[in-house]
Design a protein around this ligand. Structure first.
Ligand SMILES: Nc1ncnc2c1ncn2[C@@H]1O[C@H](COP(=O)(O)OP(=O)(O)OP(=O)(O)O)[C@@H](O)[C@H]1O
Ligand SMILES: [Mg+2]
Length: 241
């Protein structure tokens, strides 16, 4: 479904992502973990076309997408949520999702269609119906997360890239989020998820990839990866200590 071949991204002298090979199978939930600054967000930004790689290739269903702009990548079926939510606090939840629907697809719906679709998607991700016309500035964390997710889904992606969607949620909310992500996969989506809370990432991922200082240091089924010495030394030690 998605294949990265020796992908590298530099910021000045800093190599944020260093020759990373990665593949994501159709219908898989791939977890991406690693310490702060490991290059996780940069990697998703490369896949989604926000950045262009300085080296290597990214292929989606066999087609090279490394050089495509973000909106072209999005229209091909790859959507990303953003780690920080500081855009347009005056928009309502419904309007924010409508943007994804109006601009994220090659087929442009009418305003009425986009509005109806936004309501359906917000419903799908468990957003409370009576609050869909509230401004984003009035929403709590979980409602904002659900809005972000619905907005990404509005472009009708095949691959969903989630950057710390569950940060700031309490254990019961993050449990619901894990169930929701799995149900999206059951609907046919492929998911790549970055998350720091180990309980959450282990609960949701079929497979884990660990990055450290821009390099992939381990990958495999979660049970095995968490017992890998390099992973414990670079990342898990501090979390489980
Ligand atoms: N736009 C940018 N310009 C310059 N340096 C950047 C930029 N984006 C990221 N970096 C640097 O690249 C490295 C990787 O950052 P990145 O945000 O990908 O890490 P991360 O694994 O997502 O970390 P976190 O867990 O804290 O979100 C860091 O050293 C960061 O400071
Ligand atoms: Mg990040």
């Amino acid at each position: 479904m998605l294949e990265l071949d020796a992908v590298t991204k530099k910021f000045g002298g800093l190599v944020a992502v260093n020759a990373v090979d990665l593949h994501v199978g159709e219908g898989e939930i791939l977890g991406l973990v690693g310490p702060n600054g490991a290059g996780k967000t940069t990697l998703l930004n490369l896949i989604s076309g926000i950045y262009r790689p300085d080296g290597g290739r990214i292929r989606y269903r066999g087609e090279e997408i490394s050089h495509l702009s973000m909106d072209r990548v999005c229209r091909k079926g790859i959507a990303k949520t953003f780690q920080h939510t500081h855009s347009f606090p005056g928009l309502t939840a419904r309007e924010s999702v409508m943007i994804g629907s109006l601009f994220g697809k090659s087929h442009h719906p009418t305003m009425d269609e986009a509005s109806r679709e936004a309501a359906e998607l917000l419903d799908r991700v468990g957003f409370p119906r009576e609050r869909i016309d509230m401004p984003l500035s009035n929403l709590n964390v979980i409602e904002l997360r659900r809005t972000q997710l619905a907005r990404a889904l509005a472009s009708r992606p095949k691959i969903l890239l989630l950057d710390e969607m569950m940060t700031g949620l309490n254990p019961s909310e993050s449990g619901e989020a894990v169930a929701l992500i799995k149900s999206l996969r059951d609907d046919g989506l492929t998911v790549v998820v970055i998350e720091h809370v180990m309980r959450v990432i282990l609960g949701v991922s079929d497979r884990l990839v660990v990055l450290d200082r821009g390099e992939k240091i381990a990958e495999g089924v979660p049970d095995r990866v968490v017992r890998d010495k390099r992973v414990i030394d670079s990342y898990l030690g501090e979390r489980y200590a």
